[in-house]
Design a protein around this ligand. Structure first.
Ligand code: F6R
Length: 609
């Protein structure tokens, strides 16, 4: 979604704001804008990228030590200059940047228009600036006007406001849209995402919902709507900006795919108790007793995280014999899902800020369920809202298309399945066996990555097709869906993920020489049935790329092209196969010259519903 940066301190604000925006571009990027308060209010906005904004500013005087900036991902109104943030009111005294959606903006806008306010954009966000202006007429005080304006807004917001006539402070409010404050030496950097702050400081204050913060030179005050002061801890965050740089890779996506072995190591570090064939998680310690009582697991997530959840369902059922449901978070929170006393709701989210998943967590909590978050971004909303949690430790994921986060989610979920299995039905030896497979996983993923040239050649050959079928059975069905999602996201090629068993129930009608299929036909209980699927496709002149297990000679008689993955148990092999899908999608998009890290219409971290 949109990105917000604010700066107040002793340095020139502009370079810090632009640098922050660049690091946030991956979140939303159809337009951008910046305001610096110096001798006057210097405002620039463009429809386009941060580079375009920089060109627009060149040669203008943007000196000043306080400013706010924004990259926009359009929700209300086209991505044009007028709709870009920062927005201001009629008298150009107050300026705001906003993430989120104001639900009652139409009513507020009508009321403000009746009072003579003229709007210059189609956005809901502009309402904030006019509201502050209106409230200022009553209170003659920036802070009071801001608080009263916020109190009138319904919806989601992370909002920063500054005032031309009161250049000493940035006002901040948050509801369901992330805001963090970096506490530097004589400066504050405020952002919607920690990556805009790292490199300047690792000291972070997390702002919670319904809190209002005032950043002034050398002072920060946080309060609630009742004007009660709130004491906040400054967290030392163990992340470096280097982790959010591309290094020698051409895209973040490729870099992140190649981080998979490291990500697996990090996900399992300190969590395995080899001699007992079990697993421990520090983040679950507080709820050991309750977890023993867990009868049903309900996983809530969106997109790629949802497919990680779907894969986990097979593991929880097979290894831990636990009733497991997987729900799209957006559906979970709107349906009346019946939750029992011993149900555990597991929310999976890379960003920890996805509005639908957060909404599902809050709904589950309202219904009294124990909630567990599997989250990558430390200190994010879902990490803080869930009762207990496990961090992925995958490091910042910048590419919009999620790759390494999926690998880390799958690894953590497999460990969680063992955790429950060892409490329920699984013996020590079986526990040890699977754990040693997991410990060998990163080396095997490395072998898959070593085949990038071959996967690139296959991607080149198939990049001319307009539609793809992705098929898998059992553990490989969720990753077939994930593979199809990856391809469509970054190459804009139509792809469908199906369970092999469903092929004859409809999708087979699509197959002809122009509709290739990517089939996971690795060794395991579904192998023969997948070969039957491939035969059905070949009989309709469909081309087939197969993912197969090293040493499988039979498969070459069936498939047109084969990518081999190392031998492993069928429980674990989907984590290897999904890397093939990620690389294939990456190379297809590369051949089609797509903007791989920033696919059109999409944004990292969907903080609106
Ligand atoms: C796909 C992708 C999205 C996210 C989804 C959930 O590559 O990145 O489908 O997986 O928006 O995001 P998180 O995991 O941050 O809740």
């Amino acid at each position: 979604m949109c990105g917000i940066v604010g700066y107040i301190g002793k340095k020139d604000a502009l370079p810090i704001l632009l640098d922050g925006l660049r690091r946030l571009e991956y979140r939303g990027y159809d337009s951008a804008g910046v305001l610096v308060l110096g001798k006057s209010a210097n405002l620039a906005k463009v429809a386009g990228r941060v580079d375009d904004l920089e060109k627009e500013i060149a040669k203008k005087d943007f000196s000043g030590n306080i400013g706010i900036a924004h990259t926009r991902w359009a929700t209300h109104g086209k991505p044009n200059k007028a709709n870009a943030h920062p927005h201001t009111g009629c008298n150009k005294n107050f300026y705001i940047v906003h993430n989120g959606i104001i639900e009652n903006y139409k009513e507020l806008k009508q009321e403000l228009q009746k009072n003579g306010h003229k709007f210059s954009s189609q956005t809901d966000s502009e309402v904030f600036a006019h509201l502050i202006e209106e409230e200022f007429k009553r209170y003659h005080n920036f802070e009071a006007a801001f608080k009263n304006a916020i109190a009138r807004v319904r919806g989601a917001y992370g909002v920063l406001a500054v005032c031309k006539d009161d250049k000493e402070k940035i006002l901040i409010a948050r509801k369901s849209s992330p805001i963090v404050i970096g506490v530097g030496k004589d400066e504050y950097i405020i952002a919607s995402d920690i990556s805009a702050i790292l490199g300047r400081t690792n000291n972070i204050i997390y702002i919670s919902d319904d809190e209002i913060a005032v950043c002034e030179n050398n002072e920060i005050r946080i309060s609630n709507f009742k004007n009660e002061a709130i004491g906040k801890k400054v967290h030392k965050v163990d992340l470096s900006y280097k982790q959010a740089e591309k290094g020698n890779f051409d895209t973040f996506m490729k870099k992140e795919i190649f981080e998979a072995p490291e990500v697996i190591k990090n996900a399992i570090r300190g969590r395995i108790v080899q001699e007992e064939g079990t697993v421990k998680f520090g983040g679950l310690d507080d709820a050991q007793e309750k977890l023993k009582e867990t009868k049903r697991i309900i996983i809530v997530a969106c997109g790629t995280s949802y497919y990680a959840g779907l894969l986990a369902k097979y593991w929880f059922e097979e290894l831990a014999c636990m009733h497991t449901d997987v729900e799209l978070a957006s559906e979970f929170k709107t349906r009346n899902v019946v939750l029992g006393k011993n149900d555990l709701v597991v929310a999976i989210s890379q960003s920890g800020e996805t509005a639908d998943t957060l909404g599902a967590v809050l709904e589950a909590k309202r219904k009294g369920a124990l909630t567990l978050g599997i989250v990558n971004v430390v200190g994010s909303s879902i990490a803080r809202e869930t009762d207990i949690g496990i961090y992925n430790r995958a490091g910042p994921e910048i590419s919009v298309a999620s790759t390494k986060a999926f690998i880390s989610q799958a690894t953590v979920l497999l460990l969680l399945a063992i955790f429950f299995a060892r409490k329920n039905t699984m013996g020590q030896d079986k526990g040890r066996e699977i754990i040693s497979e997991i410990e060998n996983l990163y080396a095997k993923v490395g072998q898959v990555l070593g085949q990038q040239k071959q996967i690139e050649n296959i991607a080149k050959k198939y990049s001319k097709y307009k539609s793809f079928m992705y098929l898998g059975r059992k553990y490989n069905f969720p990753i077939a869906s994930e593979g199809a999602l990856k391809l469509k996201e970054i190459s804009y090629i139509h792809a469908e993920g199906y369970a092999g068993g469903e092929l004859k129930h409809g999708p087979l009608a699509l197959i002809d020489k122009n509709f290739p299929s990517f089939c996971v036909a690795t060794k395991g209980s579904a192998y023969d049935k997948m070969l039957s699927n491939i035969e059905e496709i070949k009989a309709r002149n469909g081309k087939v790329i197969a993912i197969a297990t090293q040493g499988d000679k039979k498969i070459v008689k069936f498939a047109d092209d084969v990518v081999y993955i190392p031998k492993s148990s069928e429980i674990i092999s989907p984590i290897l196969s999904v890397v093939v899908f990620q690389l294939f999608a990456y190379f297809v998009a590369k051949y089609l010259k797509k903007d791989i890290d920033k696919p059109r219409n999409l944004a990292k971290s969907v903080t609106v519903e």
